[in-house]
Write a protein that binds this ligand. Structure first.
Ligand SMILES: O=C(O)CCC(=O)C(=O)O
Ligand SMILES: [Fe+2]
Length: 181
């Protein structure tokens, strides 16, 4: 419940930043769906030969992630390089998801990330994924953001997007690239 309200506030701020009426986002995200994933990564002596979670972007609007114990493992990709995200006790990481990238016509980018394994220590993370309330919600670049520019992504219902997301292997930005016009 509290995470929902944190996500709601962040979405409001993003709407403001994008110069769209807060209602544009709130009609899509009010009473958002919220999914939770608990990730457990056991230690592995040959950690360099395995991956915890393959490179991917989240199919959410916004993801809030807690690195539960202080073991490093989350990497984000920027300009072709991977950067570790150090755990800060009690801090939430806010990751932009694919839905916001599409709605913002690419102004906000969904971040590609992966999780690696530690040789000696287990690692635990909890992710909450905040998405539109209705599967029928139309997900496409918002007219107010494009201001006469061309849409960069196809529009589809949230349900259609999730079907495509769940049937695509976790493979970096592959799905998002396929949705570009
Ligand atoms: O374990 C992590 O830090 C990343 C988890 C993640 O990306 C996910 O659950 O989608
Ligand atoms: Fe993720």
């Amino acid at each position: 419940m509290e995470l929902k309200s944190v996500a709601g506030t962040l979405l409001e701020v993003m709407a403001k930043n994008l110069g769209v009426a807060p209602e544009e986002f709130s009609t899509i995200f009010q009473d958002q769906t919220q999914a939770v994933r608990f990730n457990y990564y056991p230690p592995c002596p040959r950690a360099d030969e395995v991956l915890g979670l393959s490179p991917h972007t989240d199919g959410s609007g916004l993801t809030l992630l807690l690195q539960v114990n202080d073991v490093e493992g989350l990497h984000i990709r920027k300009g072709g390089n991977w950067f570790p995200v150090k755990p800060l006790p009690g801090a939430l990481i806010a990751n932009i998801g694919d839905i916001i990238e599409i709605l913002s016509n690419g102004v906000y980018k969904s971040v590609e990330h992966r999780a690696i394994i530690n040789t000696k220590e287990e690692r635990i993370s909890i992710a909450t994924f905040h998405g539109p309330r209705e599967y029928s919600a139309l997900i496409g670049p918002l007219a107010e953001i494009m201001k006469g520019c061309k849409p960069k992504y196809v529009s589809m219902s949230y349900g259609e997007f999730m079907k495509a997301y769940l049937s695509t292997k976790l493979e970096g930005r592959r799905l998002m690239e396929s949705l570009k016009l």
